[in-house]
Design a protein around this ligand. Structure first.
Ligand code: ADP
Length: 394
């Protein structure tokens, strides 16, 4: 009987999954990846096999309206695909591990209780992550589950990188800089010794540029600072989030415009960033193709902000040895990579435009003092590795 392990990434309206399979005498391999989108509105199930062939693309009925019912639908599909399957573990992406979870954790009732106390720190994500864990526990009570946190990789940063300089009684309630995208950065750090051995133990800035964007400063493979802070609103300009803005603007929204907390939250999470500037789209592809001045300004600001924050993290690191691009925009847009590298030329990056146009992995000229790279991220694989390793330890 083959062994299976599941990786789940549960959001407010989607459940992303990967299925890893291990034959009796073999190694783990990706068997399928897919998602249920539109949970609660018009749910749709799509999946590809390990070679990228579409193996499912269908609407689901409207009873799929939360993590539990989405998991029921996924379980039904898994049963139809993999007869004689034995699920040996389920790994979850959990956005917040607070200051205590410095690595992945096997889920126990006590761990779940602690993770619930972090809901106020990530109210838009944590409840969905925990609902998926509870739904799996209800269906497969004997299967171990592992929670892998987006914050863990950043723990161990110097105190000055973590502090939010507010009064102590506020900080005591958990207000500090946590950093996110940690599973992506951990994956990149884990492959540097193989892909780019000369920089693996150096000073590296990783630019995770996707719908959410952030930078991480790595020293010897460890995170020493990042642009995300207390929440995933800080730092770079994103698809619909503004990145760092003067906190006085938020006071103005409440005090002078009289907006409610819910309205401010919607503006900050859903209506700002590339979408807010362009008034057109949050998708970088659409903006790069547009001739509208507002679309150009959005792209200009995205590049400007990324280059500015790269400069800040270069100061944190005392200079850099390499810049690595990853995620949707970083992996796919030669134009954005070129523009950010050109704006960072003062750091010593000399771009090899041919290599940049063909997708790297090395993007800089051999004589470039600071090298530039594109490396595909794989957060699900990082979760699968953590799950395998923790379960192997028993
Ligand atoms: P998520 O945070 O949802 O995982 P991704 O890392 O997949 O996001 O990034 C998604 C974003 O990547 C899209 O919104 C799109 O703007 C951008 N993107 C994907 N392909 C390209 C491309 N060829 N050129 C520019 N941007 C791209």
């Amino acid at each position: 009987m083959d062994d299976y392990a599941l990786v789940l990434n549960a959001g407010s309206s989607s459940l992303k999954f990967c299925v890893y399979q291990r034959p009796a005498a073999g190694a783990w391999r990706l068997a399928a990846r897919g998602q249920i989108d539109g949970i609660g509105t018009s749910p749709r199930f799509t999946a590809k096999d390990g070679d990228g062939r579409v193996v499912a693309d269908q609407s689901l009925d409207s009873t799929v309206l939360d993590a539990r019912t989405a998991l029921d639908a996924l379980a039904g599909w898994l049963r139809s695909q993999y007869t004689s399957a034995r699920v040996v573990g389920v790994g979850h992406r959990v956005v917040h591990g607070g200051s205590r979870f410095t690595g992945p954790a096997v889920v126990t009732p006590q761990v779940l209780e602690e993770l619930r106390t972090l809901v106020p720190l990530a109210p838009l994500h944590q409840p969905h992550n925990l609902a998926a864990i509870e739904a799996v526990a209800g269906r497969l009570p004997d299967v171990p589950q592992v929670a892998c946190f987006d914050t863990s990789f950043h723990r161990g940063q110097p105190a000055v990188a973590e502090i939010v300089p507010l009064p102590a009684h506020i900080r005591r309630s958990g207000v500090q800089r946590y950093g996110f995208h940690g599973l992506s950065y951990e994956y990149i750090a884990s492959v540097l010794p193989r892909v780019a051995p000369t920089i693996a133990d150096g000073r590296v800035i990783v630019a995770h540029l996707g719908s959410g964007s952030s930078l991480c400063a790595l020293k010897n493979g460890k995170s020493v600072d990042s642009t995300f802070g207390f929440t995933a609103l800080d730092g770079l300009c994103m698809g619909t989030r503004p990145g760092a803005i003067d906190p006085g603007v938020i006071l103005y929204l409440f005090q002078s415009l009289g907006l409610s907390a819910k309205e401010v939250e919607t503006i900050l999470y859903k209506q700002s960033g590339l979408l807010g500037i362009s008034g057109l789209s949050n998708d970088m592809r659409v903006l790069l193709e547009s001739r509208e001045p507002a679309a150009r300004l959005a792209v200009d600001y995205f590049v400007y902000r990324a280059a500015k924050e790269i400069g800040a993290l270069a100061a944190v690191l005392g200079g850099i040895d390499a810049l690595v691009f990853t995620a949707g925009i970083g992996e796919n847009s030669a134009e954005i990579r070129r523009r950010i590298c050109e704006a960072s030329a003062w750091l010593g990056i000399e771009l090899d435009t041919t290599s940049n146009d063909t997708g790297g992995p090395r993007l800089s000229l051999p004589e470039s003092r600071v090298s530039a790279w594109v490396i595909l991220t794989n957060e699900e694989l990082m979760i699968a590795r953590h799950t395998r390793d923790l379960l192997a330890k028993g």
